[in-house]
Write a protein that binds this ligand. Structure first.
Ligand SMILES: CC(C)(COP(=O)(O)OP(=O)(O)OC[C@H]1O[C@@H](n2cnc3c(N)ncnc32)[C@H](O)[C@@H]1OP(=O)(O)O)[C@@H](O)C(=O)NCCC(=O)NCCS
Length: 349
């Protein structure tokens, strides 16, 4: 049967939701595939000037049924020595059908046309093996760090793996050994309902030290418009009220609400001083606890973020495979990459 690949249309959203929940074997009402969430992910403007829209391709058979899908999150990397940000993308909600061999790979190749650089963060075994064959290089992994904020609830819930009380107790023992230290840098958080030009200045300063996604105020404000439990926006200021960075945080219920995961969805500061990152992470942990989180989670990669997380009482949980496809060698390889949950779909799932 012939299959054609075309951009997603608004009329496809319900069928796409059904295709994704059935293929990924999730409940039919799973948030990631709800119509309002799919519309936000793929059709709503992100406010950036040259965005490709829609950000999704469907494969349909002759009868018009969806038999494959790939979505993508466009971004651009800024970094040391780069004259301008380099457009890049990360694929999400990528699913083929067992009946159509290699359809996923065809969708991947079509998605690649939207940006000169592609990257993958985490993903399934099948996805990782297909992108490896598709020319993605292995990069130093990103580490997921966590800090238990509410030990009692953590113990009662058996950590995040129900029934695994022994592991939850071990987690608490590690927590006692890795107590947060107080920070020297004096910073404060200011809640904001939208971001402005200060973001551009922070990105410019941060990209002297690491390759970072060139977040724009428009892109962060788009993240704040997530149609379900939206993240909260924060500016990081120093004692002179100068903006030193920005952050997004979210509290995501897990295990049917038994535990609330507080995620540092995004954090960027204007330098590589571990003291400042340490202070910001302590403030964000407190903010997440205030928002009801039982455990705080953040991604780490450059050495100063790893050190700051350690000082702020976070422990390393597991690595996320980071793979990069940069056929034209547009990005520096001798500098660390800094990736946060905002880069793929970890901001809300
Ligand atoms: C990743 C994926 C889109 C690649 O698609 P593809 O290029 O068409 O893949 P292939 O036809 O070469 O199959 C690769 C493997 O994935 C399996 N696969 C294909 N479609 C699948 C599906 N809908 N569900 C589960 N497994 C699937 C194949 O059986 C094959 O496994 P095998 O090598 O053990 O036989 C596809 O494997 C898939 O849909 N996997 C399930 C969802 C997933 O893991 N998505 C990626 C998230 S990062």
């Amino acid at each position: 049967m012939t299959v054609s690949i075309r951009p997603l249309a608004a009329g496809d959203l319900e069928a796409l939701g059904r295709f994704l929940t059935s293929g990924f074997q999730t409940p039919a009402d799973a948030e990631f595939a709800a119509v309002d969430v799919l519309r936000w992910k793929y059709l709503e403007s992100q406010g950036d000037v040259a965005e490709p829209a829609p950000r999704s391709l469907v494969a349909v058979d002759e009868a018009g049924a969806i038999v494959g899908h790939v979505g993508f999150v466009p971004t651009a990397f800024a970094g040391p020595g780069l004259p301008a940000p380099v457009p890049a993308l990360h694929m999400i909600d990528w699913l083929g059908s067992r009946e159509h061999r290699s359809l996923g790979a065809s969708l991947m190749r079509r998605a690649h046309e939207a940006a000169p650089v592609q990257f993958g963060l985490g993903g399934s075994d099948a996805g990782r093996s297909v992108i490896r064959r598709g020319g993605y290089d292995s990069m130093p992994s990103v580490t997921v760090h966590e800090r238990i904020l509410n030990p009692l609830r953590w113990l009662r819930a058996g950590g995040r793996s129900p029934g695994k009380a022994a592991r939850a107790s071990r987690d608490l023992a590690r927590r006692l050994i890795h107590q947060p230290r107080t920070a020297d840098a004096r910073l404060e958080l200011e809640p904001v309902s939208s971001f402005g030009p200060e973001v551009v200045e922070v990105v410019r300063a941060a990209s002297r030290f690491a390759v970072v996604a060139a977040r724009t105020p428009e892109r962060l404000n788009y993240a704040l418009r997530y149609p379900r439990q939206a993240p909260a926006g924060l500016l990081v200021r120093d004692a002179d009220r100068r903006v030193r960075g920005f952050a997004l945080v979210n509290s995501i219920p897990r295990d049917g609400g038994r535990i609330v995961l507080g995620r540092v969805v995004d954090l960027l500061l204007d330098d590589d001083d571990p003291d400042a990152w340490h202070a910001a992470l302590l403030l964000l942990s407190r903010e997440l606890a205030r928002r009801g989180a039982d455990v705080a989670q953040a991604f780490a990669a450059p050495p100063w973020t790893v050190e700051a997380l350690r000082r702020a009482g976070f422990i390393s949980r597991h690595p996320l495979d980071f793979r990069l496809r940069d056929r034209q060698a547009l990005l520096p390889r001798d500098r660390p990459f800094y990736l946060t949950p905002i880069e793929a779909d970890y901001a809300y799932t």
